[in-house]
Structures are given as C-alpha cells and as structure tokens.
Ligand binder design. Sequence first.
Ligand SMILES: [Zn+2]
Length: 537
Amino acid sequence: MEKNIEHYTWIDGIVNELKARNAKKHVIHGMWTPSGYFHIGNARSELMTPMLVFSTAKEAGLSADFNFFVDDFDDLDKIPGGIDVNKEEFSEYLGKPLYEVPSPVAGYKSWSDYFAHDIKDVAEKFGTRPDWHSSYESYRKGLYDDAIRIVLDNSKTARNIMVRVAKAQKPDDWIPIMVVCENCGRSATTTAIEWTGDVVKYKCFQDREYAKSCGHCGEVKPEKGRVKLPWRLHWPATWFAFGTTFESAGKDHFASGGSVETGHAFMREIFKTEPPYQVGVEFVQIDGKKISGSVGNVISLPDWLEFAEPEIMRFLYVSYQPSTAIEFSLQSNKFFLLTDRYDEAERCYYGSQSLTEKRTEQLKRQYELAQIRQPGKQPVQFSYSTAAMIVQAVPNKSISNIEKILKTMGVTKELTEYDRKRISLRIELMEKWLSKYAPEEIKIKINQTAPVPVVSALSEDEKSAVGDVKKALEKNISESELQSEIYEIARSHNVEPKKFFQILYRILITKDYGPKLGPFMIALGKDRVKSVLNSVE
Ligand SMILES: [Zn+2]
C-alpha cells in the first residue's frame, strides 16, 4: 500500500529516491577515520543514517548491502585531546597510517583497532551489523588497484578538477598519489615525481608540521597497499571500487568546492560513472559545544548505553531531519523531553494516545523505525523522569517494591516479563546517569526533618496548610488527587499555590522545585512524608 507522503519520515523519502534509481543492488556506506573516539555525532552521519536507510530499503523490497569503512590507512596527524598517552612516545608515529600506530591502550593490535573496537562491539546493540571493511586491507587486497591506475592515467584531468572545482593550487606535473615510503613508512612526506605506466617514482623530501621526511628516493608498483589516494580521490575511488549508491556525510564536506563537489567531478570525468545519492548531515552539539576530546564532552556509543536505551538514540536521529543541527544535553531537561517524546510516540504507535492525524502518523512511523525488536503489545510506561525520581527517593529499588509503587501511581495493568525488564533497565540507566552525568543542582536528597530556617519563616496560615497536607496523606488518595488536593489546601488557607509548592519542596528536599509533587510524595511513601511534615510545628 502506498504511504501518504505527509506521514513519511525523511528516511522514507531517501528510500523513494533510491527506488527511482533502479539499481540492481544498493550499496550503502558509512566511513570513519579511527583517529579518536567514535562519538554520537559521528554515529549520526556514519552509522545511524546509513543503517536506517539500509533497513528501510530492505523493508521496501530493495536489494541492499551496508558497508562500514574504517579508514585506517589515514595518517596519524595529531594526538587527539582527551587521550591519556605520552605524547613524546607517540610523536615518532605521526605521519604513519593509523593501522601501523601502536594502540594507546594495552590489548589492541593498533591505534585504529583500539578506537574501532568501540563501534564494532556495540553496533549490534543499536540494531545493526554492517559489513566491516578496513581501508588498509582493501588497498592491500588490490581492491583499489583499478581506481589507482585510472587516476594515474588521468593526472591532468584530476589536476584540472582540483583547480576548477576546489580552487586549489597544484603543480602542473601533479601526480595525485601518496606513496608509502619504503624506508620510513610515512606517506604524508613523500611526493610522486613520475608515473612510468608501470611504476611510480617518488622521493621522501617533504617535511610536514607534524612529521619529518627521511630523504629516501625509490619506485614502487602502485598496487597492493604500496600507495594510497589522497582523501579527495580516495572517497570517489571507494564509490567506484564498491559501487556505492548511497552515502551520508558530515555537512562540512558539502561546502562549495568541498570534497563532495570534487568527488562528483572525479566520478563523472575520471571514473566515468555516476556518484552515489548523498545526504549532508548536520552536527550534534553537546551543551552548546562541538563534540571534542579536548573539550571533554565526547559521548561514545558505549557511554550512551550507560544512560539510555539504544532505541532512544535511533528515535533521536529518526525524528530530526539530517539538515537540522541537534543540541543534546545530559545536564538540562532536554534529555527527559526526548525520552518523554519517545514514550509519547509509543502511546501513539499502540493507539492509546492520538494527536492530529499527521502528527500521530509521523510519531508512529518514527517509533517503528526506532525499534530494534517489536515488543508486541504496549508495554507499561515508566518514564525516565519517574525512574530518576524513584532512584533518588526510594531506598528499596527491588522490582517488587517498584511494582507496589506503580500500583499507588495508578498502574493497574499486570506487569509482563518485558515490562519488568524494561523498568529495571531504566532504573539502572538513571542510577548511572545520576552518579556520572547529572548536574548537582538537579539531584535530590530527602530530608529527615524540615530545615529549621524554612520552618521559622512560615506564617501561621502556611503552617496550618502543611498540617492539612498531612491529613490528606491519611486518606486513600491517588497521586493525581493528591496533586489537586494540594492546590485546594493552598487556596483554602489563602496561600498562593505556587508558593505553597515551593514551601513543600523546601521542607522535603531543601530546594525551590522538584519532581511533580503528587507522584513524588506517593513514591516517597506517605509515612515518610508525614514524618518530615511532623517536624513543622
Ligand atoms: Zn621516508
């Protein structure tokens, strides 16, 4: 059945484009240089977008592959910030391919192996198993040999494209190839001086800011990983060698004269084939800053799994157009707004809530694409904010105690095994979030007795209103009834409700605000709340 275009996600839009291209098989790519940690911003453009396009293409009946390239033939050109290594010790590896650089942490084959294991180990938890490729091994196996030969035979055209499209200065006799020096193992320091049609003659004479040349001169056959292509050509050569039909990339590549524009020109004018369909993906910022090891705000995929379910990340990236920059934060309520939106999408998906038709359908589709496996019927909802509150307010976090609390909160449905697992998981996630990520000001500590300065500042009206709250807690009362009862009590004592709520927060947690009071008091336990309120005399 044709879907209504209004209900599409952007992923459905891309898959429709791919359908129209009539390829026998679609080859979808992600690609990343393993010089530092793979963070959630890298994940947006290089893993999540191609993964979602891949699975949706399959769902639409297209034949497709999903390759992920670890670009480990790239040089180490700096020691990234936030990595605890002896810079002196590693400086001798600057200018060498990442697969040749030792791992900064014991137990891994190389620098690239260490940083790539993070993503390889957890990608499946996010619901994807791409075919992993090492660029270095692909060059070694000769998979780039044809492309390299075509480039060498078309050096003039390549130069013209660089001058015309990238507005770059290149010498007339430029040979766009990087030879790995047989003496020092660096490629950034070599210059190819002649292509004989059989061998490339080169010299290692070019000092870089980060690496010194060794002075060696030699010649190599341009194959089997002895040479590599510079980035601007390596990218389209990968499309050519693997038949790529879709790739997303950071939007900086899409600037005028950037590597997308030159890549398309190389494809058409040198490789004589059409470039893949491409989508530029905006950045993810964390707390208003670009993600970077030196800023110290890197959230890796394993980090994410400490505080949120993988479905929440899928939902995040499904629900924003790639052209929209995302501001993420674990320090503000943005995170809870996201998880609440996910829970809302879940209710729409299972039909227990509806918004406008368009919005409901969009949320349903976003929820569906966020799932790794279908739970079958609507799970009992247990929000991240409720979990965070319970973690802080309730000493006994056993699932049976939480089931009791949920009953007092009005959850009448019997919990399934799936519900219990999800509730326990969300409790664990919020414990981790509170201990590692949450800002001090939102943490809660429950008072045993009301703070003396708070009590001494209370008027007689306010004190008797507090007394009425105690009485309300004697009754069999639900959390929403309690919430409205507190309003009523404030009004009947001529206390402004907003101020009265503030007073109760000050008494319970020495803060001016806190979790929604009705559910919070019920979660704390009526006896415990009464005991704190008793100290107000
Ligand atoms: Zn050298």
